[in-house]
Ligand binder design. Structure first.
Ligand code: ZN
Length: 175
């Protein structure tokens, strides 16, 4: 099958150029793949936010689209309760605890959460468990840069094995 007959569907590895703009008057660019490699992911695996993944079905290589994603289908609504104060001695030794620093927090059940330092006090820091883009309406411009069928291994793992993906230091398990 030649590449130009392919379209985005579950089980395809998608290479996608994108620009993400804020929902403000200037349309500030929050993130873009323009100076990097396209983002590569397995369609249908939930690797990207649901409101964007859903809009990609049926797109072909070279096709471009503007997609607006509401918070509920993006990074969630902003939760004013999602703050926790943590004593400074509980942070890993040598870690620079500064506002904006991101970290992964593991709870007693072994679940992991992404958090950001929002404030540093004398003896403690306040962690914000909201995603930095929580509560924001997101404006994407996307262009499909490449499509291929996922390998059996990628399908089993549930993610794409691109140039940037290194199974060696990845946390996933082989089935
Ligand atoms: Zn893998």
């Amino acid at each position: 099958m030649s590449e130009d007959k392919l379209q985005v569907e579950d089980g395809m590895v998608v290479s996608m150029d994108y620009t993400l703009r804020a929902d403000d008057a200037e349309g500030e660019i929050l993130d873009t793949s323009a100076e990097r490699e396209p983002l590569e992911f397995l369609q249908g695996s939930g690797a990207i936010i649901p409101g964007l993944e859903r809009e990609l079905y049926g797109m072909a290589v070279g096709e471009e689209k503007d997609v607006t994603v509401e918070p509920s289908e993006g990074y969630g609504d902003f939760d004013p309760e999602a703050y926790t104060e943590v004593p400074l001695h509980a942070f890993p030794e040598g870690m620079a605890v500064e506002p904006g620093v991101g970290l992964t927090v593991r709870d007693e059940s072994g679940n992991t959460y992404e958090a950001y330092v929002s404030e540093v006090r004398d003896e403690s820091a306040v962690l914000d468990f909201n995603h930095p883009l929580a509560g924001q309406t997101l404006h994407f411009n996307v262009r499909i840069a490449g499509l291929r069928e996922a390998t059996d291994e990628e399908k089993a793992h549930g993610h794409a094995h691109g140039a940037a993906h290194d199974d060696q230091d990845d946390h996933h398990h082989h089935a």
